[in-house]
Design a protein around this ligand. Structure first.
Ligand code: GDP
Ligand code: GDP
Length: 457
């Protein structure tokens, strides 16, 4: 069973994560070639594992932080510390990796279930016991029922916790991670949100980006402007609005004479992409007079790809002749163009008159808070009982997949794991159903959600 999304869940560390030395430390030990390095890479989520059968292969990166279900621990691969040709004498492992072992909260003793107990394993056990540390046995290379049964042989060493896994395929690793977290009581990994809400104002030329920034700054107290070093491309301006600190990232850039329309358009896309890398919230500005264009759609696509929270702001609303239905009509037209941004709210503004420009900041606060939101387990369990416990019509009835429970793996962007009774992927429409219920129940405003399913058989 390929569990590639395990890697997805432990990808890049969120900003502000605790330094590794404050985390529980879990140390992988075992004789050469049992799969320590493969397991390490699987748990860390590194795809390009450095593994090989040649003895003494150098592995220089053997420390890492694992995030799993919102918690962190440090993982150490002693196979990276002790060369294989020296590790065939167990005492060498314990001498050379003594620093890591002494600091360990838990030891993972990796064995090869296909080969069974070897004399080297017997010798290792004596040293493992001498550490006085808790030990989980990880019986690796379990890829068949017969090997799974054979793995039971390792129970005779008196450690009562054994996990059959296949580090290569990722089977059993979720159970192992759950047990590690239960045991170590790892701290919650909620990243402290950055102090400032970084808002990028993006859009094609002449939609009113500069005007909007100026309108906001005209209304608000400007604290610092502009920040040195960023003036060349995007201009950052710090401000405070209703007690919340913002950095506005202005992508309008320096106006140069003689720039052609085509050049300016290309430039606006490049600037948007750069700003999106640093932003929490993107305000995609559109021109109400001209209506949504292909270039708006292109920029919207990059905003979607970046994973930022997104607000759609239709500018120059002052120039539109309005009746009761005008806003609805314009919004429908806009949504036709950017169907894929259905979670982004639309707001009608005028940078010229200042109409609703501070509302943009209020919405940005709501979007930002949604982005960093963590749903407490109790609330998520109630949500599950109410909305997910019974199968829905949106599931194909021929092969109903049952969801056992749901958990939030991380924030930024909020990511949820549905544990199911099947290795089959959940149907797209069901994922949509879950997404919509999550949005309604927990105000995931203007923010993309990631929903993955994982078999828990
Ligand atoms: P280490 O020396 O203990 O770090 O072991 P490695 O991670 O370098 O793995 C040794 C060999 O076992 C490599 O050829 C891996 O591809 C293979 N291996 C590791 N894990 C598994 C597994 O779960 N199943 C199978 N079939 N082979 C594995
Ligand atoms: P940018 O290229 O996106 O930074 O756009 P600018 O802020 O330079 O605005 C382009 C043009 O649109 C200027 O002539 C502005 O005066 C005008 N403009 C911007 N916002 C508004 C608005 O809300 N209403 C009207 N009527 N004109 C606007």
């Amino acid at each position: 069973i390929p569990l590639d999304h395990l890697a997805d869940l432990v990808d890049e560390l969120p900003p502000g994560l605790q330094p590794p030395q404050l985390l529980p430390s879990v140390v992988i030990l075992g004789r050469p070639n049992v799969g320590k390095s493969t397991l390490f890479n699987k748990l860390i989520g590194r795809r390009q594992a450095i593994v090989g059968d040649e003895p003494g292969i150098t592995r220089d990166r053997h420390y890492g932080v694992v995030e799993w279900l919102g918690r962190n621990f440090e993982l150490v691969d002693t196979g990276g510390i002790v060369p294989d040709d020296e590790a065939i004498i167990p005492v060498n492992i314990f001498r050379q990796a003594s620093f890591a072992i002494e600091g360990a909260t838990l030891l993972l003793w990796v064995v090869d279930a296909r080969e069974g107990v070897t004399p080297l394993d017997e010798e290792l056990v004596r040293h493992l016991r001498a550490t006085g540390k808790p030990v989980f046995i990880v019986a690796n290379k379990v890829e068949s029922e017969s090997v799974r049964a054979a793995a039971g042989e390792f129970y005779r060493f008196g450690f009562d916790t054994l996990f059959p896994v296949s580090a290569e395929h990722g089977t059993g690793t979720a159970e192992l991670l759950d047990a590690i977290l239960d045991f170590t009581q790892a701290p919650v990994a909620a990243p402290p949100p950055p102090e400032r809400i970084r808002v990028a104002v993006i859009g094609r030329p002449n939609v009113g980006k500069s005007s909007l920034i100026n309108a906001i700054l005209g209304e608000e107290r400007v604290i610092v402007s502009p920040i040195a070093g960023t003036t060349r491309d995007a201009i950052d301006t710090d401000l405070v609005h209703n007690g919340r600190a913002f950095t506005l990232i202005d992508t309008a850039g320096i106006r140069r004479k003689g720039r052609t329309t085509a050049m300016a358009e290309k430039f606006s896309v490049i600037m948007a992409r750069k700003a999106l890398e640093r932003a929490d919230v993107a305000v995609l500005l559109l021109d109400a007079v001209e209506g949504p264009t292909h270039l708006d759609e292109v920029i919207a696509g990059y905003a979607l790809e970046s994973g930022t929270s997104i607000l759609l702001a239709l500018n120059k609303w002052d120039t539109i002749e309005k009746d009761a239905n005008t806003a609805k009509l314009y919004e429908r037209q806009l949504r036709e163009r950017v169907k894929f941004l259905d979670y982004a709210p639309a707001v009608f503004i005028s940078a010229l008159t200042g109409q609703r420009v501070t509302r943009v900041l209020d919405l940005a606060v709501r979007a930002y808070d949604a982005r960093y939101r963590r749903i407490p387990t109790g609330e998520l369990n109630r949500f599950f009982t109410e909305h997910l416990a019974t199968p829905r019509a949106t599931m194909p009835t021929s092969t109903p997949v049952k969801v056992h429970y749901v958990t939030q793996a991380r924030s930024v962007p909020p990511t949820f794991v549905l544990f199911t009774n099947s290795t089959k992927k959940l149907h797209f429409s069901y994922i949509r159903y879950v997404e919509n219920r999550l949005r309604e129940n927990f105000d995931f405003f203007a923010t993309p959600l990631r929903i993955v399913s994982r078999p828990r058989l």
